[in-house]
Design a protein around this ligand. Structure first.
Ligand code: F6R
Length: 366
């Protein structure tokens, strides 16, 4: 059942080239530059005319929502808010008729997310569900949506569902941007191509497994870790920290790299591993200065970088080198080494990575 892998988590990490491919298949037609997602298309006009989009989710799915905020605002110029379902449902939120809610959930059964969208639906919002589990409660409650087609996720820590969510959200953003006319044709076609290339690049990243395992073993006894990134990679930093906490019980925090100056930098000493998600994008130069700031305080820097980067290898203690990708699609790739890192730290510490203590796969109680 684990397909020759030691754990479901590892199997599911390794399935990603396939699951991302399955998610894109039948929807993204690169040759003709066409994206087909009937559920979304049906509401496209209402979505692009909506005053705002509110994304509601928990945990890892909430991180996918944060990436989507950056992508949708950039490509579609529609204001996006990302809310924790548990906060949204209890704070008497302002919902106007015609507001668009995107609920993101792997299981489709998360209690807080479910109740949050019920509430928004009663108040006249359009509910779109980005869900993995077919026929689940959130899928049924949504007006329309798109499945991630990631297949069953058994490991408690979400991995392939996250990259599936990002793939769907990227297609949704491109579809809406094309509908609204906020993206020029060349950029649109380029991003379609970039999306199609993800499975192959993910495959290349999985080949770094042994390298990542060695890094994990080097840092496994750390008692704290920081994960930093900017822009599209900021939510990836949050996700990397969440994965490490869940799987290895090492206290980890994710921050936007520039925020560290406002507090977390006080933690930095020669014992602290700081993981930078520092792939080549429009924020790169800024991230390089943040790395220098950590090194000046003797922190240990592990950097996720893009091939051809000649600067960061000279600064970081360890680098993990990824294939180049457009910044819009990059989170689907930059998260993979972080999934592997937490997996290997957890295994090296002798923990049950498929069933971390205190966690349930689906949180059906609030
Ligand atoms: C983290 C994790 C959780 C879930 C969260 C939401 O690895 O699995 O944080 O992402 O409980 O679950 P879904 O997506 O099923 O609504």
């Amino acid at each position: 059942e684990k397909g020759g892998y030691d754990h479901f988590m590892l199997k599911e990490i390794f399935e990603q080239p396939r699951t991302i491919y399955d998610c894109l298949r039948g929807r993204l037609d690169v040759e003709n530059g066409k994206i087909t997602m009937s559920g979304i298309q049906q509401y496209a006009e209402q979505i692009v005319n909506a005053g705002r989009i509110i994304i509601i989710a928990c945990g890892t799915s909430w991180h996918a929502g944060l990436v989507a905020e950056y992508v949708i605002e950039e490509l579609c110029r529609i204001p996006v808010e990302v809310e924790y379902a548990s906060e949204f449902r209890y704070r008497n939120p302002i919902i106007n008729k015609g507001d668009v809610i995107i609920a993101i959930s792997q299981s489709g059964e998360t209690a807080d997310t479910l109740v949050a969208i019920e509430k928004a639906k009663e108040q006249g919002a359009i509910i779109l569900g980005i869900v993995n589990a077919v026929g689940s409660s959130i899928a049924r409650l949504s007006h329309a949506g798109a499945y991630t087609h990631s297949g069953p996720e058994i490991g408690v820590a979400s991995t392939k569902a996250f990259t599936g969510q990002l793939a769907v959200l990227n297609m949704v953003a491109l579809l809406l941007a094309a509908h609204k006319g906020t993206i020029d044709r060349d950029r649109y076609l380029l991003l379609c191509k970039e999306l199609t290339a993800i499975p192959e690049k993910a495959e290349a990243i999985l080949k770094l497994d042994a390298e990542i395992k060695a890094i994990a073993e080097k840092y496994k006894d750390a008692s704290n870790a920081l994960f930093l990134g900017r822009g599209y990679n900021f939510p990836v930093a949050l996700e990397g920290a969440l994965k490490l906490k869940e799987i290895s019980y090492i206290h980890a925090e994710g921050y936007p790299a520039a925020e560290m100056k406002h507090g977390p930098i006080a933690l930095v000493d020669d014992q602290l591993p700081v993981v930078f998600v520092a792939t080549k994008d429009s924020y790169h130069e800024k991230v390089v200065s943040n790395i220098q700031e950590i090194k000046a305080r003797k922190g240990k820097v592990i950097a996720i970088i893009t091939e051809g980067d000649t600067v960061i290898p000279g600064l970081a203690d360890d680098v993990i080198v990824l294939p180049a990708a457009d910044e819009i699609v990059a989170p689907m790739l930059s998260v993979i080494p972080l999934q592997l890192l937490s997996y290997h730290v957890g295994v090296a510490k002798g923990y049950d990575v498929d069933k971390p203590r205190n966690l349930a796969k689906s949180v059906t109680v609030e």
